[in-house]
Ligand binder design. Structure first.
Ligand code: GDP
Ligand code: IMO
Ligand code: MG
Length: 423
């Protein structure tokens, strides 16, 4: 069997959690491959809402195995809270949630370093979720990090203390005053570690490749979005991992030739949370309307998300970098009621019209060029089949498919599992 991949094509929050939950019926294994608790994946079913940060979005399906891959960074404190939230569901997590020994651990001092770095940057801050993601991946590539498998070693305590001490001296370097109680942070961390140890640790690359050989079906779940990728995103306003398809190979130990379909998920408009350039951002009533109807507030930090028109230049770029084979369009329902809609099809870049995503998309370099569409008025949220969708929405969909040259296979018309239309 092969691995299919699901990842975001914009700046995150496209609706990955919802769709992974919907697709889990078709898979035996769901595996997260990068990111950490900076992610917030929302699932809504049976009238309940769940936000997952590190745990894969297949967790509510009793027969699925969920794997936290080696490319993920885990904060035991947040992880414990996620596990506690699952308690009412009586899931057999020892069996259904497996953790890679090679996944790196976020220490309390990684979070402090994140905060210090952002404070020191002032106006130039990334707008990080402050979950310690950047400092933890820095320690990974700097070859100083601590991994889940280290918890099984005799010298864990010693290594933890050494790294913490180093972090505390680095905090001084930033020269910013942070208020924290290290003892309390460490107690909380220790409790998280104890909880984590109740789960099953695995050599996940071995597990996944064996599963493949035995014909199991695997869905790899991405976090963040392609424009937040450390290499291909709007650097430096990005996260610290490869959010694109290649990240699934390094983050799970799966070879490129084992990947079959790549599901690219996007919102019918665009949102971004945190700092950084966003060519089609709206500062008018249209943007405010998207934010209000789409409830555009971060699932992890609660910050308001910036909103704007759909950007085909971004979409094409992400489709190319990821090798997307099927598209999924989310939140079409939020656009109901607009008289006209705009879609950006090219940029005016340094005086010329271009259709590729350039190195520098700061507002002084890039002006979006739009194509206008007639909007649709009908409420989509109760629709269940393609036949019911308004003509104007189908025209919007066909235009995107033609521009990007990939079919849209799922249209989502509301946050609930059931509000999902197969095309
Ligand atoms: P993720 O990080 O990609 O999993 O996405 P988030 O969960 O952070 O953000 C997506 C938000 O949109 C969540 O609040 C979802 O419940 C909601 N959502 C997902 N799909 C739809 C949809 O088709 N329509 C509407 N109105 N909301 C949706
Ligand atoms: P999901 O998986 C949206 C953004 C932050 C910030 C930048 C760097 O829910 O789509 P970091 O904490 O990684 O150092 O922050 O990336 N960011 C996200 N934005 N959705 C996410 O995840 C994000 N994870 C990080 O807002 O701009
Ligand atoms: Mg999210």
């Amino acid at each position: 069997m092969a691995v299919n991949l699901l990842l975001g094509l914009q700046w995150g929050d496209e609706g990955k959690g919802k769709i992974v939950d919907v697709l889990t019926n078709d898979y035996e294994i769901i595996a997260r491959f990068q990111g950490g608790p900076n992610a917030g994946h929302t699932l809504i079913f049976d009238g309940n809402k769940h936000v997952l940060h590190t745990i894969p979005s297949g967790i509510f399906h009793k027969n699925a195995i969920n794997i936290v891959g080696n490319g993920v960074v885990i904060d035991p404190v947040i992880f414990k809270k996620e596990l506690d939230n699952l308690a009412p569901y009586n899931l057999d997590l020892k069996k259904s949630l497996l953790i890679s020994r090679k996944a790196h651990l976020i220490l309390p001092t990684h979070r402090l370093l994140d905060a210090a770095s952002e404070t020191a940057k002032g106006k130039a801050k990334i707008g990080s979720t402050l979950k310690g993601i950047g400092p933890t991946y820095m320690d990974k590539t700097g070859r100083n990090g601590l991994r889940v498998g280290d918890l099984e070693m005799d010298n864990w305590q010693e290594r933890y203390k050494t790294l913490t001490k180093k972090h505390l001296s680095m905090l001084d370097f930033h020269g910013v005053q942070l208020e924290y109680n290290l003892k309390e942070l460490q107690e909380e961390f220790d409790q998280g570690i104890e909880k984590l140890k109740e789960l099953t640790f695995i050599d996940s690359e071995e597990y996944l490749n064996n599963a493949l050989q035995n014909g199991k079906s695997i869905l790899a779940e991405g976090a963040q979005g392609s424009l937040l990728d450390i290499d291909f995103g709007t650097y430096p306003f990005v996260t610290s991992s490869n959010t694109t398809a290649a990240g699934a190979c390094t983050g799970l130990g799966i070879a490129p030739n084992k990947i079959k379909d790549v599901f690219g998920i996007f919102k019918a408009y665009v949102t971004r949370v945190g700092s950084g350039p966003f060519p089609t951002e709206l500062f008018d009533d249209n943007g405010a309307r998207m934010a209000k109807i789409g409830h555009e507030f971060g699932a992890t930090t609660g910050r308001p998300r910036r909103c704007g028109w759909l950007d085909i230049v971004v979409l094409k770029y992400a489709v190319q970098v990821n090798g997307v084979t099927q598209l999924m369009m989310m939140k079409g329902d939020v656009l109901s009621g607009f008289d006209t809609l705009k879609v950006c099809t090219s940029y005016k870049y340094q005086g010329k019209e271009i259709t590729h995503f350039p190195f520098n998309i700061e507002p002084e370099n890039v002006t979006p060029i739009y194509t206008e569409f007639k909007g649709w008025q009908a409420d989509l949220t109760k629709m269940t089949s393609k036949e019911e969708l308004p003509k104007a929405l189908l025209e919007y969909i066909h235009f995107i498919e033609k521009e990007v040259n990939v079919p849209i296979k799922i249209v989502s018309v509301g946050p609930d599992r059931k509000q999902t239309i197969l095309m």
